[in-house]
Write a protein that binds this ligand. Structure first.
Ligand code: PBG
Length: 326
Protein backbone atom coordinates (compact mmCIF):
# COMPACT_ATOMS: atom_id res chain seq x y z
CA UNK A 1 0.00 0.00 0.00
CA UNK A 2 2.97 2.31 -0.32
CA UNK A 3 3.49 5.12 -2.80
CA UNK A 4 1.99 5.82 -5.31
CA UNK A 5 -1.19 4.21 -3.93
CA UNK A 6 -0.75 6.01 -0.65
CA UNK A 7 -0.19 9.75 -0.71
CA UNK A 8 -0.15 11.25 2.77
CA UNK A 9 -0.43 14.75 1.35
CA UNK A 10 -4.02 14.17 0.14
CA UNK A 11 -5.44 14.93 3.58
CA UNK A 12 -3.18 17.94 4.12
CA UNK A 13 -4.36 19.77 1.02
CA UNK A 14 -6.89 22.25 2.50
CA UNK A 15 -7.59 23.77 5.91
CA UNK A 16 -10.89 21.85 6.12
CA UNK A 17 -9.24 18.50 5.38
CA UNK A 18 -6.56 19.20 7.97
CA UNK A 19 -9.25 20.15 10.47
CA UNK A 20 -11.07 16.83 9.90
CA UNK A 21 -8.06 14.67 10.66
CA UNK A 22 -6.62 16.78 13.49
CA UNK A 23 -5.88 14.51 16.46
CA UNK A 24 -5.33 17.07 19.20
CA UNK A 25 -7.34 20.21 19.85
CA UNK A 26 -6.39 23.26 21.79
CA UNK A 27 -9.21 25.21 23.34
CA UNK A 28 -9.36 28.14 25.76
CA UNK A 29 -11.28 25.72 28.00
CA UNK A 30 -8.06 23.73 28.54
CA UNK A 31 -6.06 26.69 29.85
CA UNK A 32 -5.38 28.04 33.33
CA UNK A 33 -4.01 31.56 33.93
CA UNK A 34 -1.48 31.92 36.79
CA UNK A 35 -1.63 35.22 38.67
CA UNK A 36 0.60 36.98 41.24
CA UNK A 37 -1.34 38.86 43.89
CA UNK A 38 0.25 41.59 46.02
CA UNK A 39 -2.45 43.30 48.07
CA UNK A 40 -0.21 46.25 49.00
CA UNK A 41 0.08 47.48 45.39
CA UNK A 42 -1.83 50.54 44.16
CA UNK A 43 -1.62 49.45 40.51
CA UNK A 44 -0.38 46.42 38.53
CA UNK A 45 3.42 46.21 38.63
CA UNK A 46 5.06 44.75 35.51
CA UNK A 47 7.52 41.90 36.03
CA UNK A 48 10.68 42.63 34.00
CA UNK A 49 11.60 39.00 33.46
CA UNK A 50 8.10 38.17 32.15
CA UNK A 51 6.98 40.71 29.53
CA UNK A 52 3.19 41.05 29.56
CA UNK A 53 2.79 39.75 33.14
CA UNK A 54 2.29 41.95 36.23
CA UNK A 55 1.86 41.53 39.94
CA UNK A 56 -1.73 42.48 40.68
CA UNK A 57 -3.49 44.27 43.53
CA UNK A 58 -6.90 42.84 44.52
CA UNK A 59 -8.86 44.94 42.02
CA UNK A 60 -6.35 44.00 39.29
CA UNK A 61 -6.93 40.33 40.11
CA UNK A 62 -10.67 40.96 39.75
CA UNK A 63 -10.19 42.44 36.28
CA UNK A 64 -7.99 39.51 35.27
CA UNK A 65 -10.78 37.17 36.39
CA UNK A 66 -13.36 39.03 34.32
CA UNK A 67 -11.02 38.86 31.34
CA UNK A 68 -10.56 35.09 31.76
CA UNK A 69 -14.31 34.56 31.80
CA UNK A 70 -14.79 36.70 28.69
CA UNK A 71 -12.10 34.70 26.87
CA UNK A 72 -13.45 31.28 27.89
CA UNK A 73 -10.56 30.49 30.26
CA UNK A 74 -12.20 28.50 33.09
CA UNK A 75 -9.56 28.69 35.81
CA UNK A 76 -6.89 30.78 37.54
CA UNK A 77 -3.94 29.72 39.73
CA UNK A 78 -3.02 32.10 42.58
CA UNK A 79 0.38 33.02 44.03
CA UNK A 80 0.88 35.65 46.72
CA UNK A 81 3.51 38.18 47.65
CA UNK A 82 3.10 39.06 51.36
CA UNK A 83 3.97 42.42 52.96
CA UNK A 84 6.36 40.66 55.36
CA UNK A 85 8.17 37.34 55.54
CA UNK A 86 9.30 35.24 58.49
CA UNK A 87 11.05 31.93 59.18
CA UNK A 88 7.83 29.87 59.09
CA UNK A 89 6.08 31.69 56.26
CA UNK A 90 3.07 32.64 58.37
CA UNK A 91 1.79 35.01 55.68
CA UNK A 92 0.73 31.91 53.74
CA UNK A 93 -2.20 31.15 56.07
CA UNK A 94 -3.13 34.76 56.92
CA UNK A 95 -6.92 34.96 56.45
CA UNK A 96 -6.33 38.55 55.25
CA UNK A 97 -3.48 37.53 52.91
CA UNK A 98 -3.50 38.70 49.30
CA UNK A 99 -4.38 35.29 47.87
CA UNK A 100 -7.18 34.78 50.40
CA UNK A 101 -8.59 38.27 49.70
CA UNK A 102 -8.37 37.89 45.93
CA UNK A 103 -9.99 34.46 46.01
CA UNK A 104 -12.91 35.58 48.15
CA UNK A 105 -13.49 38.72 46.05
CA UNK A 106 -13.37 36.78 42.78
CA UNK A 107 -15.53 33.93 44.11
CA UNK A 108 -18.20 36.50 45.05
CA UNK A 109 -18.05 38.28 41.69
CA UNK A 110 -17.55 35.28 39.39
CA UNK A 111 -18.69 32.08 41.13
CA UNK A 112 -18.26 30.00 37.95
CA UNK A 113 -14.53 30.52 37.63
CA UNK A 114 -12.38 27.67 39.04
CA UNK A 115 -10.01 29.15 41.63
CA UNK A 116 -6.85 27.14 42.26
CA UNK A 117 -4.61 28.14 45.17
CA UNK A 118 -0.91 27.31 44.94
CA UNK A 119 -0.05 25.94 48.37
CA UNK A 120 3.60 26.55 49.25
CA UNK A 121 5.64 28.53 51.75
CA UNK A 122 8.60 29.77 49.66
CA UNK A 123 7.01 33.13 48.78
CA UNK A 124 6.35 33.66 52.50
CA UNK A 125 9.55 32.49 54.22
CA UNK A 126 12.42 34.94 54.78
CA UNK A 127 14.91 32.24 53.64
CA UNK A 128 12.92 31.43 50.49
CA UNK A 129 12.71 27.67 51.02
CA UNK A 130 9.44 25.75 50.78
CA UNK A 131 9.18 24.92 54.49
CA UNK A 132 10.70 25.69 57.90
CA UNK A 133 14.39 24.88 58.33
CA UNK A 134 15.87 22.31 60.69
CA UNK A 135 19.06 22.93 62.69
CA UNK A 136 21.08 21.58 59.78
CA UNK A 137 19.51 24.25 57.50
CA UNK A 138 17.51 21.74 55.53
CA UNK A 139 13.76 21.96 55.02
CA UNK A 140 12.08 20.03 57.82
CA UNK A 141 9.59 17.84 55.95
CA UNK A 142 7.28 16.92 58.80
CA UNK A 143 7.22 20.40 60.32
CA UNK A 144 6.27 21.80 56.91
CA UNK A 145 3.19 19.53 56.69
CA UNK A 146 1.37 21.25 59.54
CA UNK A 147 1.98 24.70 58.03
CA UNK A 148 0.93 23.59 54.55
CA UNK A 149 -2.28 22.12 55.95
CA UNK A 150 -3.02 25.42 57.72
CA UNK A 151 -2.40 27.26 54.46
CA UNK A 152 -4.69 24.93 52.51
CA UNK A 153 -7.53 25.31 55.02
CA UNK A 154 -7.24 29.12 54.94
CA UNK A 155 -7.37 29.03 51.12
CA UNK A 156 -10.42 26.76 51.17
CA UNK A 157 -12.07 29.05 53.72
CA UNK A 158 -11.51 31.97 51.33
CA UNK A 159 -13.33 30.05 48.58
CA UNK A 160 -10.66 28.13 46.66
CA UNK A 161 -12.09 25.25 44.61
CA UNK A 162 -8.76 23.47 44.28
CA UNK A 163 -5.62 23.38 46.42
CA UNK A 164 -2.38 22.82 44.53
CA UNK A 165 0.55 21.90 46.80
CA UNK A 166 3.84 22.77 45.04
CA UNK A 167 6.31 22.23 47.89
CA UNK A 168 7.31 18.58 47.19
CA UNK A 169 7.27 17.56 50.86
CA UNK A 170 6.58 13.84 51.36
CA UNK A 171 3.10 13.08 52.66
CA UNK A 172 1.66 16.55 52.06
CA UNK A 173 -1.26 15.44 49.91
CA UNK A 174 -2.60 13.06 52.58
CA UNK A 175 -1.97 15.61 55.31
CA UNK A 176 -3.77 18.38 53.42
CA UNK A 177 -6.66 16.05 52.49
CA UNK A 178 -7.18 15.14 56.15
CA UNK A 179 -7.03 18.78 57.27
CA UNK A 180 -9.50 19.90 54.58
CA UNK A 181 -11.92 17.11 55.46
CA UNK A 182 -11.68 17.82 59.16
CA UNK A 183 -12.47 21.49 58.52
CA UNK A 184 -15.51 20.50 56.45
CA UNK A 185 -14.01 21.15 52.99
CA UNK A 186 -14.63 17.67 51.64
CA UNK A 187 -15.58 19.09 48.22
CA UNK A 188 -12.37 21.04 47.74
CA UNK A 189 -10.10 19.16 45.31
CA UNK A 190 -6.34 18.63 45.39
CA UNK A 191 -4.22 19.15 42.28
CA UNK A 192 -0.83 17.76 43.32
CA UNK A 193 2.36 19.08 41.77
CA UNK A 194 3.45 15.43 41.69
CA UNK A 195 6.38 15.60 39.36
CA UNK A 196 7.95 18.96 40.05
CA UNK A 197 11.51 19.02 38.84
CA UNK A 198 14.36 21.11 40.24
CA UNK A 199 14.46 23.26 37.13
CA UNK A 200 16.34 26.25 35.74
CA UNK A 201 13.09 27.28 34.09
CA UNK A 202 11.65 28.75 37.31
CA UNK A 203 14.13 31.66 37.08
CA UNK A 204 11.72 34.45 36.09
CA UNK A 205 9.08 33.25 38.59
CA UNK A 206 11.48 33.87 41.42
CA UNK A 207 11.60 37.55 40.48
CA UNK A 208 7.83 37.58 39.93
CA UNK A 209 6.98 36.04 43.30
CA UNK A 210 10.13 37.09 45.15
CA UNK A 211 10.70 33.47 46.16
CA UNK A 212 14.34 32.72 45.36
CA UNK A 213 16.05 30.62 48.03
CA UNK A 214 18.42 32.81 50.09
CA UNK A 215 21.00 30.01 50.08
CA UNK A 216 21.40 26.68 48.32
CA UNK A 217 18.80 25.32 45.92
CA UNK A 218 15.74 23.07 45.91
CA UNK A 219 17.42 19.87 44.76
CA UNK A 220 16.96 18.30 48.18
CA UNK A 221 13.19 18.26 47.72
CA UNK A 222 12.31 18.84 44.05
CA UNK A 223 12.96 16.06 41.54
CA UNK A 224 16.11 15.33 39.56
CA UNK A 225 15.41 16.24 35.89
CA UNK A 226 16.89 12.88 34.85
CA UNK A 227 14.19 10.73 36.48
CA UNK A 228 11.09 9.37 34.77
CA UNK A 229 10.28 6.24 36.81
CA UNK A 230 10.54 8.26 40.00
CA UNK A 231 8.00 10.73 38.58
CA UNK A 232 5.52 7.89 38.11
CA UNK A 233 6.07 6.77 41.71
CA UNK A 234 5.44 10.32 42.94
CA UNK A 235 2.20 10.41 40.95
CA UNK A 236 1.03 7.04 42.27
CA UNK A 237 1.81 8.02 45.87
CA UNK A 238 -0.12 11.29 45.48
CA UNK A 239 -3.14 9.38 44.17
CA UNK A 240 -2.96 6.98 47.11
CA UNK A 241 -2.89 9.97 49.46
CA UNK A 242 -6.03 11.41 47.86
CA UNK A 243 -4.93 13.65 44.99
CA UNK A 244 -7.77 14.34 42.51
CA UNK A 245 -5.48 15.43 39.68
CA UNK A 246 -1.75 15.39 39.02
CA UNK A 247 0.66 17.94 37.63
CA UNK A 248 3.93 17.76 35.73
CA UNK A 249 6.15 20.83 35.86
CA UNK A 250 7.83 22.29 33.81
CA UNK A 251 5.99 21.15 30.66
CA UNK A 252 8.08 21.26 27.49
CA UNK A 253 11.31 19.61 28.74
CA UNK A 254 9.13 16.86 30.33
CA UNK A 255 6.63 15.83 27.62
CA UNK A 256 7.65 12.19 28.08
CA UNK A 257 6.80 12.43 31.78
CA UNK A 258 3.35 13.83 30.97
CA UNK A 259 2.72 10.99 28.53
CA UNK A 260 3.86 8.28 30.93
CA UNK A 261 1.88 9.60 33.91
CA UNK A 262 -1.27 10.09 31.82
CA UNK A 263 -1.06 6.55 30.39
CA UNK A 264 -0.05 4.81 33.56
CA UNK A 265 -2.36 6.46 36.12
CA UNK A 266 -5.47 7.34 34.10
CA UNK A 267 -5.91 10.36 36.41
CA UNK A 268 -6.46 13.89 35.09
CA UNK A 269 -3.09 15.44 34.29
CA UNK A 270 -2.12 19.10 34.23
CA UNK A 271 1.10 20.50 32.85
CA UNK A 272 2.66 23.77 33.99
CA UNK A 273 4.23 25.74 31.14
CA UNK A 274 6.46 27.69 33.53
CA UNK A 275 7.94 31.18 33.65
CA UNK A 276 11.23 30.30 31.93
CA UNK A 277 9.44 28.57 29.06
CA UNK A 278 7.31 31.71 28.68
CA UNK A 279 10.30 34.07 28.88
CA UNK A 280 12.22 32.11 26.23
CA UNK A 281 9.42 32.45 23.70
CA UNK A 282 8.94 36.13 24.52
CA UNK A 283 12.66 36.83 24.12
CA UNK A 284 12.89 34.99 20.81
CA UNK A 285 9.77 36.72 19.48
CA UNK A 286 11.04 40.14 20.59
CA UNK A 287 14.15 39.81 18.39
CA UNK A 288 12.10 38.48 15.47
CA UNK A 289 13.55 34.98 15.68
CA UNK A 290 10.11 33.36 15.60
CA UNK A 291 6.47 34.23 15.20
CA UNK A 292 4.99 34.38 18.70
CA UNK A 293 1.45 33.27 17.89
CA UNK A 294 2.46 30.27 15.79
CA UNK A 295 5.13 29.24 18.27
CA UNK A 296 2.89 29.49 21.33
CA UNK A 297 0.01 27.57 19.76
CA UNK A 298 2.44 24.87 18.57
CA UNK A 299 3.97 24.54 22.04
CA UNK A 300 0.60 24.41 23.82
CA UNK A 301 -0.69 21.85 21.31
CA UNK A 302 2.41 19.71 21.88
CA UNK A 303 1.76 19.74 25.63
CA UNK A 304 -1.82 18.60 25.03
CA UNK A 305 -0.66 15.98 22.51
CA UNK A 306 1.72 14.59 25.14
CA UNK A 307 -1.32 13.83 27.29
CA UNK A 308 -2.05 16.92 29.42
CA UNK A 309 -5.77 17.49 29.96
CA UNK A 310 -5.12 21.12 30.82
CA UNK A 311 -2.23 23.53 30.66
CA UNK A 312 -1.27 26.22 33.16
CA UNK A 313 0.35 28.97 31.12
CA UNK A 314 1.17 32.69 31.20
CA UNK A 315 0.23 32.67 27.49
CA UNK A 316 -3.40 31.77 28.38
CA UNK A 317 -5.03 35.11 27.54
CA UNK A 318 -3.09 35.62 24.30
CA UNK A 319 -3.70 32.02 23.23
CA UNK A 320 -7.43 32.30 23.96
CA UNK A 321 -7.61 35.49 21.86
CA UNK A 322 -5.75 33.87 18.95
CA UNK A 323 -7.96 30.77 19.13
CA UNK A 324 -11.10 32.93 18.97
CA UNK A 325 -9.95 34.34 15.64
CA UNK A 326 -9.13 30.96 14.08
C1 PBG B 1 6.67 27.48 44.54
C2 PBG B 1 6.52 27.49 43.07
C3 PBG B 1 7.48 27.77 42.08
C4 PBG B 1 6.80 27.75 40.86
C5 PBG B 1 5.48 27.45 41.14
N1 PBG B 1 5.33 27.27 42.49
C6 PBG B 1 8.91 28.13 42.20
C7 PBG B 1 9.89 27.15 42.68
O1 PBG B 1 9.59 26.01 43.02
O2 PBG B 1 11.05 27.56 42.76
C8 PBG B 1 7.38 28.05 39.51
C9 PBG B 1 6.41 28.54 38.47
C10 PBG B 1 7.01 29.17 37.27
O3 PBG B 1 8.25 29.18 37.08
O4 PBG B 1 6.25 29.69 36.45
N2 PBG B 1 7.28 26.39 45.11
Amino acid sequence: MAFPLTRMRRLRRTPALRELVRETRLDAGDLVLPIFVEAALEAPQPIDAMPGVSRQPINGALSEAAECLALGIPAMLFFGIPPEKDAEGSGAWDPEGGVQQAISAIKAAHPDLVLIADCCLCEYTDHGHCGPLSDSREVDNDAALELLARTAVSQAAAGADVIAPSDMMDGRVGFIRAALDEAGYTEVAILAYSAKFASAFYGPFREAADGAPAFGDRRGYQMDPANLREAVREAELDLEEGADALMVKPAIPYLDVIRRIADQTGAPVAAYNVSGEYAMVKAAAAVGALDEQTAVLELLTSIRRAGADFVITYHAKDAARWLQKM
